[in-house]
Design a protein around this ligand. Structure first.
Ligand code: NAD
Ligand code: UDP
Length: 309
């Protein structure tokens, strides 16, 4: 098996590279390092079955030899990152997804798209099921990411229906773990970095908005299982254990053992008020559910950030 992973030098991508190497695959990691880091894959580069290709997948890519799986994970993913790179985000979701589907078509490979809970926008249904069409502000600041992923899903389905490509779509909910960047602006690295430095924890809005955090090894397991079943509609993967952001700040402060204040800051535009996956589909289809409780996942992630800081 030969598996090509775009965005493989990013947070989730690097865990996927590791997992597929462990499963005995040859892994081709394609990344332009816009938000990823070579240090995420340093430990893999001596493996003769691992290849790194520095390339922007919004440009066409030629790869020699057969490819069995294309996993398309390239895209800025944190709100801070995609606000900084809105055009690159739109391009990688549209041109990049088109290019990678073209590659999958030429190589007759399976194709898996990393989509997101952001396709549901600021949801009016709770928890979010896959048959909910979403509530997205296309001209708001998050539109570059949300609409790029919605376009990605549409073109994946078009390639499946028109060319019979063997596709999968995974809608990933907030995932965390080792190798997140301390400065990526997402809530967990922000709170952990702040608590470790003894700075105030910045809670946006009143902190009553909710998220549901999934540890990365659980997500990776779900992705591997999804690849093995014939199912082409989107599948939510995430941990339904929902928490308010204020509660989350308090949990992290206690875990770090820091005595810092909580500082309230303005809520960013279009920040979803609630988010929790309905994972019935993944449970039935894949026999999957998350195994790592938040307390354990946070403990492991904190060790990583203690080393980083
Ligand atoms: P990340 O920023 O750590 O990883 C993204 C990787 O893609 C980076 O290494 C970046 O350099 C690379 N990349 C971006 N544009 C590229 C391009 N044009 N060509 C080649 N490489 C490019 O983010 P992540 O959290 O690991 O997210 C990975 C994927 O999972 C993204 O597609 C994201 O939308 C999706 N996702 C993540 C989450 C989450 O909670 N982490 C939630 C939903 C969806
Ligand atoms: N958030 C916060 N403080 C921070 C960073 C984020 O209160 O320092 C909030 C943010 O407003 C959102 C939630 O935490 O409600 C999750 O934000 P994140 O950027 O991690 O990702 P999102 O789920 O919004 O894509």
């Amino acid at each position: 098996m030969r598996t090509l992973i775009t965005g493989g030098a990013g947070f989730i991508g690097s865990h996927l590279c590791e997992r597929f190497l462990e499963e005995g695959h040859d892994v081709v990691c394609v990344d332009n390092l816009i938000t990823g880091r070579l240090s995420n894959i340093d430990h893999l580069r001596d493996n003769p079955r691992f290849t790194f290709v520095a390339h922007d997948v919004s440009q066409p890519l030629k790869v020699d030899g057969p490819i069995d799986n294309v996993l398309h994970f390239a895209s800025p993913a944190s709100p801070i990152d995609y606000l900084k790179y809105p055009i690159q985000t739109l391009k990688v979701g549209s041109l990049g997804t088109h290019n990678m589907l073209g590659l999958a078509k030429a190589k007759q490979s399976r194709f898996l798209l990393a989509s997101t809970s952001e396709v549901y926008g600021d949801p009016e249904q709770h928890p979010q099921r896959e048959d909910y069409w979403g509530h997205v502000n296309c001209v708001g600041v998050r539109g570059c990411y949300d609409e790029a992923k919605r376009f990605s899903e549409a073109i994946v389905m078009a390639y499946h229906r028109t060319h019979g490509i063997n596709t999968r779509i995974v809608r990933i909910f907030n995932t965390y773990g080792e190798r997140m960047r301390l400065d990526d602006g997402r809530v967990l690295p922000n709170f952990m970095g702040q608590a470790l430095r003894g700075e105030p924890l910045t809670v946006y809005g009143d902190g009553k908005q909710t998220r549901s955090f999934c540890y990365v090894s659980d997500l990776v397991e779900g992705i591997c299982r999804l690849l093995e079943v014939e199912f082409h509609e989107p599948v939510n993967l995430g941990n339904p254990d929902e928490v308010t952001i204020l509660q989350f700040a308090e949990e992290i402060r206690e875990l770090v053992g820091a005595n810092c204040r909580i500082e309230f800051r303005p809520l960013p535009q279009d920040d979803p008020k609630v988010r929790r996956p309905d994972i019935s589909r993944a449970r039935e289809l894949l026999g999957w559910e998350p195994r790592v409780p938040r307390s354990e996942g946070l403990r492991r992630t904190l060790e990583h950030f203690r080393r980083e800081i």
